[in-house]
Design a protein around this ligand. Structure first.
Ligand SMILES: Cc1cc2nc3c(=O)[nH]c(=O)nc-3n(C[C@H](O)[C@H](O)[C@H](O)COP(=O)(O)O)c2cc1C
Length: 324
């Protein structure tokens, strides 16, 4: 069930996606504990690193317990991308440097000409990857989309350039930039990339459980799968997919008690890292994700979205879950 990126052995084929505002150290640790074989940290800006932007530097925080971990960078300029990669190589204890070539948000893909915008320029992709690989010691991976839009699906061409430039693996989120998160991930694109390169290919898009993970692995023959949105409020998904891939076991969903305990543990680890104020603001997003599918939780969702302290948060959880 394991696979390798460069010389790094990954214990299974199930990976946490980089998600801005979500895939920080506490969340990565939760997902590693619950079965992710490798975790990706959210993207950081190349220029933010080089200008020593305090917020950007804070995003690099990690602990050894999360390893193996990939730190993602984004940018569009060869020189600053290389400098940012060198910074990560020297100052971060992460195992992999990942380059974002898939982000669709206008601030990144249009204003900064970074993220998915790079898909329009395969030669620049080649130059950036080649120069970074040459200069850093850690393995370099790249995360791409299918292409910029429906008329320009070029993941195979780009993947070949990335391999030729010396990258150690490629993640394919099989949607175009213009699709954003709508429609479906196209397994044909992942399959075609896998058939055309010999470095590991990580498939990404729309995996929600064991069967959808297995379908992607079986159909595309990709080496591993990456999970994003389905992990929100659901760190258990990794051990569930792991069990299903091993022998078809469908694990029971976490009990209400486990969900509550996880919400408290998540809050507490965020407080340790960021202080109570910021942690509570983040848990205002995570709260409804954890409560997805739980009946009669709409009032609790509303209460959590207005809490200001840890005590208030826990009082609301107690009042709801102790009645169950
Ligand atoms: C809230 C959020 C933040 C994201 N941030 C990043 C990011 O920083 N870097 C990146 O490469 N992709 C980012 N993505 C895209 C995911 O990594 C993933 O490719 C996408 O969600 C598709 O996978 P899924 O269907 O499993 O969610 C983000 C997605 C979401 C929902």
């Amino acid at each position: 069930m394991s696979f390798k990126i460069g010389n790094l052995e990954i214990e299974n084929k199930i990976i946490l996606a980089p998600m801005a505002g979500v895939s920080n150290s506490p969340f990565r640790l939760l997902t590693r504990t619950y079965g992710a074989g490798l975790v990706f940290a959210e993207m950081v800006s190349d220029k933010g690193l080089l200008y020593n932007n305090e917020k950007t530097i804070k995003l690099l925080y990690m602990t050894d317990a999360e390893k193996p971990m990939a730190q993602q960078i984004f940018g569009s300029d060869l020189k600053t991308m290389v400098e940012a990669a060198l910074y990560i190589d020297q100052h971060s204890n992460c195992d992999i440097i990942d380059i974002n070539m898939g982000c669709p948000v206008p601030k990144v893909a249009i204003k900064a000409q970074a993220g998915a915008s790079l898909m329009k320029n395969p030669d620049l992709i080649y130059d950036i990857v080649k120069e970074i690989v040459k200069r850093v010691k850690k393995p370099v991976t790249v995360k791409i989309r299918s292409g910029w839009d429906h008329q320009s699906i070029n993941a195979v061409e780009v993947a070949k350039k990335i391999e030729a430039a010396g990258a150690s693996a490629i993640t394919v989120h099989a949607r175009t930039r213009s699709q954003g998160y709508s429609g479906f991930a196209d397994l044909e694109v992942i399959k075609a990339v896998k058939e055309n390169v010999s470095i590991p290919v990580i498939g990404n898009g729309d995996i929600v459980d064991g069967p959808s993970a297995k379908r992607m692995l079986d159909y595309t023959k990709c080496d591993a799968v990456m999970i994003g949105r389905a992990a929100l409020g659901n760190p258990w998904i990794f051990r569930e997919i792991d069990a299903y891939l091993k022998d078809g076991t469908i694990l029971e969903r976490p009990s209400l008690h486990e969900i509550k305990d996880m919400m408290v543990a998540h809050l507490e680890s965020l407080i340790d890292l960021k202080g109570e104020h910021t942690a509570i603001l983040e848990m205002r997003s995570h709260g409804p994700w954890y409560l997805k599918g739980i009946e009669h939780a709409s009032n609790l969702r509303k209460q959590l979205s207005q809490t200001r302290t840890k005590d208030e948060f826990i009082t609301h959880l107690d009042a709801f879950f102790n009645k169950k």
